[in-house]
Design a protein around this ligand. Structure first.
Ligand code: PEP
Ligand code: MG
Length: 754
């Protein structure tokens, strides 16, 4: 049963045409259950009814025609109850509604199951049987499991397949809601950053210029064929003739008139060449994947490879045609750190990512760059976008495509206000972060982007509180050598020669992958991350720490910080390696170097209960509130589905932060916080009140936070903290903080965010 279920779900998700996918689904389910009829109804919320979209058993003429109101019939009843309804004798059920157009006279038994995605009923699967009988529990479980599995695919497919003009109309008339990723507002045309050529990444797009599309297809086929000829010539003699056959097979496929005809007919039906390739190749891939013969199943990957190759030539040709506009909003399915690094010095004014959340590392980097960002705009379809003016509101997480004059001028006024505020806070940039009643807190920088130090140096901070070393490891083909790392760290340490620089050892894993060190895990945030990786690979750790110490030799301003520590044993092992590196480098220099201070990040909740034993081993603590929040609340920081639950203002997080501060005071350990909370006006005030010595944030927030600190007495911040700690939900906390900051005249600083 499980194999059948998998096949049905796989087939459904791989079929690009929704109508075909639904029809295939009903046929397969009907046969898996041995029912006499299987149908799918899809909800239309505007019309208030379910429409029959596919059926194997009802009259084919009724498909697309028959509708059942949300409060009508057994199908409506399933939707209302949001649970399966299993009736042996449907015609005598009080909710039964006869559908004359569907030829349902002879059917008796009824099993209806809702298809629900994110608490919303998308449709109903119904099964019918001629005889009066109750569907078995096993059959019911099968359909329930199936509907749960296809729900997300259907939600996306619906978005993809809604009529193009309809979708565009919606897109152009309503704001799209995402997750605020980085505050600020930008107005510019959109520019789509395509990921590498893969059929699965192609957004179905129409193009009426058939001739041009056919020409592109021929060009791609020619280049791909030439590739195969070259590869087989280069490899002949090196690999067996049998292995060389693969190229012959590819060429054979490429020249197959049937394949070419199918692609051409999709182009003639109005799809652009990339979409045509996707439609045809994915159908083949799905067919091969469904075969029982394992050798033939393997061929699915050859077909995919061929399709991707053709696609890459098409995308290359198109890239040459499209040049970057002067200013643009970068939009991508998944904005990555390397995309931001590549575009930061071009005309990128904001970024929009269809995936990810406010604490994804791409969002953190956007904040570091002062770039407005909206994350997780799941309902946006790249195929619907054209390079029209768009407003990105990084405060509310909204996106307005082709806004009207009225909205445009309102946002233009906001951009002016932002500039005004930025100029205002600049006045305090060189002053201490001191409250009017005399309490001083140190503001430091979060850094890691290879560029931007010039700007950071003038941000008004006292040194670097978190240098994320993994970021410069990302845009490369291999681990940097000790020499390369020494050079890199020297630049950082010399830029802040008079101030302390806290360098964190490599924190990869989770959502930070290195292209040359892939980690495949079911549960990456609970897996091989940070110190766990580097302790398992002392060769990587030692090289990094030695490079840091070499770079530190002329300056002596380095401190080393260990990420993702869960207990004292890890610290002991790391200290042993740090000491070994220290001895080695000292020997090289033939003198004992200054020993850097070593600290740990407090981001795994277990460390909150081990602060005393950690304090015996290290020189400072730095709270990583981004991870601490995700682990305390058990919410993946990168998952847009649960992003509403990820909240650093949750009472549990605030109490944890407060108790860490009290313990650090008792243990006389210097304490800083380097998560995103430190750079938020309300967060910074609460942390100041808790007694944090240092707050580390991205350069763009320093002046703003300094301004706020310089305008609030410590005693007022403490009163605010005491009240907030008595509240029992994130919402209450946020509302109270929002109101207080408004009353204190900081409304302009916070707008929709905190
Ligand atoms: C944190 O977890 O708060 C932190 C600063 O580290 P990162 O965001 O890089 O995991
Ligand atoms: Mg962290």
């Amino acid at each position: 049963m499980l194999t059948k279920l998998r096949k049905i779900v796989l087939g459904f998700s791989q079929e690009a045409d929704l109508a075909k996918a639904l029809q295939q689904l009903v046929e397969q389910v009907k046969s898996a259950i041995s029912a006499d009829c299987c149908s799918v109804y899809i909800a239309d919320y505007q019309a208030g009814h379910f429409r029959l979209m596919a059926s194997d058993g009802f009259a084919q003429t009724s498909i697309g025609q028959v509708c059942v109101g949300f409060s009508e019939g057994l199908v409506g009843f399933v939707g209302q109850r949001e649970e399966p309804i299993n009736v042996a004798d449907a015609q005598h059920h009080p909710y039964f509604k006869y559908l004359p157009d569907a030829n349902e006279d002879d059917f008796q038994a009824f099993l209806g199951t809702p298809i629900i995605h994110q608490r919303k009923v998308l449709g109903v699967i119904s099964l019918r049987q001629y005889q009066v009988r109750q569907f078995s529990e096993l059959e019911e479980a099968f359909v329930v499991t199936l509907s749960a599995q296809i729900a997300a695919v259907l939600a996306n497919a619906e978005a993809r397949h809604a009529s193009f003009t309809n979708r565009q109309q919606q897109l152009y008339h309503q704001p799209l809601k995402g997750i605020p990723g980085s505050s600020g507002v930008a107005i510019a045309p959109v520019w789509i950053c395509q990921p590498k050529a893969e059929l699965k990444n192609v957004a179905l797009t129409r193009d009426s210029n058939h001739k041009k599309q056919l020409k592109l297809l021929r060009m791609a086929a020619k280049k791909t064929r030439a590739d195969f000829n070259k590869m087989s010539a280069e490899l002949s003699g090196l690999i067996s003739d049998q292995s060389l056959d693969i190229f012959e097979m590819y060429k054979h496929m490429l020249d197959s008139p049937a394949l070419t005809q199918e692609i051409e007919s999709e182009i003639n039906a109005g799809w652009n060449v990339a979409s045509a390739l996707k439609l045809v190749f994915e159908q083949y891939i799905s067919k091969f994947n469904n075969l029982d013969d394992s050798y033939l199943r393997e061929r699915a990957s050859d077909i995919r490879d061929l399709g991707n190759r053709l696609l890459s030539y098409i995308e290359q040709a198109q890239e040459q045609l499209s040049s970057l506009p002067e200013q643009y909003v970068l939009v991508a399915h998944e904005v990555t750190a390397s995309m931001l690094a590549e575009h930061q010095h071009r005309g990128m004014k904001a970024m929009v990512s269809l995936t990810g959340s406010q604490n994804s590392h791409a969002a953190i980097l956007a904040r570091a760059l002062g770039l407005p960002a909206v994350m997780g705009v799941e309902q946006l379809n790249l195929a619907d976008l054209s390079p029209v003016t768009t407003i990105v509101d990084g405060y509310s997480g909204e996106l307005f495509i082709a806004p009207d004059e009225h909205l445009l001028s309102a946002y233009q006024a906001l951009v002016v206000e932002e500039h005004f505020l930025a100029d205002k806070v600049k006045q305090v940039v060189d002053l201490p972060a001191q409250t009017p009643d005399g309490h001083i807190v140190q503001l430091q920088l979060n850094a890691g982007l290879a560029v931007g130090f010039e700007h950071s140096k003038n941000a008004g901070a006292q040194g670097i509180g978190l240098y994320r070393t993994e970021i410069p490891f990302m845009n490369r083909q291999s681990f940097p050598t000790e020499h390369e790392q020494t050079k890199l760290y020297s630049e950082v340490l010399s830029s802040f020669a008079e101030q302390s620089v806290v360098m964190r050892t490599l924190d990869i894993g989770g959502d930070k992958a290195l292209p040359y060190f892939p980690i495949e895990e079911e549960n990456p945030f609970l897996g091989w991350r940070g110190i766990r990786i580097t302790l398992d690979h002392p060769e990587i750790f030692l090289v990094q720490v030695r490079a840091m110490m070499r770079a530190n030799q002329p300056y002596g301003n380095l401190a080393i910080m260990l990420p993702m520590v869960a207990g004292a044993e890890e610290v002991d092992e790391a200290l042993r390696l740090i000491n070994q590196a220290y001895q080695e480098v000292s020997q090289d220099y033939q003198q004992l170097l200054a020993k850097p201070k070593v600290g740990v990040m407090i981001e795994v909740p277990g460390t909150i209960f081990q602060l005393a034993s950690l304090a015996e081993r290290v020189d400072f603590f730095s709270v990583g509130s981004n991870d601490l929040t995700q682990y305390l609340l058990a919410v993946d920081r990168n998952n847009p589905r649960v992003s509403a639950l990820y909240d650093s203002y949750h009472p549990a997080v605030l109490h944890a932060l407060n108790s860490i501060s009290q313990a650090a005071k008792r243990l006389s350990v210097p304490l800083s916080l380097c998560g995103e909370l430190a750079g938020e006006p309300a967060g910074a005030l609460l942390l100041l009140a808790m007694g944090y010595d240092k707050l580390s944030m991205n350069p763009h927030n320093v002046a703003r936070i300094k301004w706020i600190i310089r305008h609030v007495n410590l005693t007022d911040a403490q009163a605010l903290l005491n009240y907030v700690l008595s509240l029992s939900s994130s919402q209450q906390v946020r509302e109270h903080l929002h109101q207080t900051l408004e009353n204190w005249q900081f409304g302009g600083f916070i707008r929709a965010g905190m």
